[in-house]
Design a protein around this ligand. Structure first.
Ligand code: ZN
Length: 190
């Protein structure tokens, strides 16, 4: 498992609900947390490791020893959004790229944990922002889509560089073609 970078097609995939919490799902969640810590992130969605499942992991402290702060969200749903906040965001699928993103300030999210228990969280500030960012990933929506027009103009060159690098890797055969990746994603759907 590895974190895929923009414009990998998994990042534009609309992921499917997890039907059963199998050993494979638990194992993936663990590996995603480890990858997230290694990459110094605070959240990681299945789409970012090329798995078409509606699941993401979060630890806002970014510290592996803070086990109580690890949260797995399976089949999450944001059931309420209130207010707005605008802050700088980044994403592990866009190394070193940052930009201002406007989001709801307060949300209520419902999801299931790895034991299959449903839970609800009332979130604000960073937690609210992180959950909105990760739920977007499951719908194939990226934080760059949500930047202001001025913000999008600012990152356009960097995005073009990411794109060029990815296409070069495909030409060299170190990364499969978009069609091959999509075929694989369809096979992995729950
Ligand atoms: Zn992200």
């Amino acid at each position: 498992m590895e974190i895929v970078l923009y414009p990998h097609p998994a990042l534009r995939w609309k992921s499917k609900p997890v039907k059963e919490i199998t050993a494979e799902v638990r194992g993936a969640a663990r590996q995603m947390l480890d990858l997230m810590y290694e990459a110094k992130g605070v959240g990681l969605a299945c789409n970012q490791v090329a798995l078409p499942w509606r699941m993401f992991v979060i630890n806002l402290t970014g510290k592996p020893e803070e086990k109580d702060e690890e949260h797995i969200f399976i089949n999450p749903k944001i059931v309420r959004r209130r207010g707005t906040q605008e802050e700088e965001e980044g994403c592990l699928s866009f190394p070193k790229l940052y930009g201002q993103v406007r989001r709801a300030s307060d949300i209520v999210v419902e999801a299931f944990d790895l034991d299959g228990h449903g839970f609800e969280m009332d979130l604000d500030e960073l937690a609210s922002r992180a959950v909105q960012h990760e739920v977007d990933h499951l719908d194939g929506v990226l934080f760059t889509d949500r930047m202001t027009e001025a913000g999008q103009r600012e990152v356009a060159t960097t995005l073009a560089d990411f794109e060029a690098l990815f296409r070069r890797q495909q030409e060299l055969g170190t990364v499969p073609s978009d069609d091959a990746i999509r075929e694989q994603l369809r096979k992995l759907e729950p």
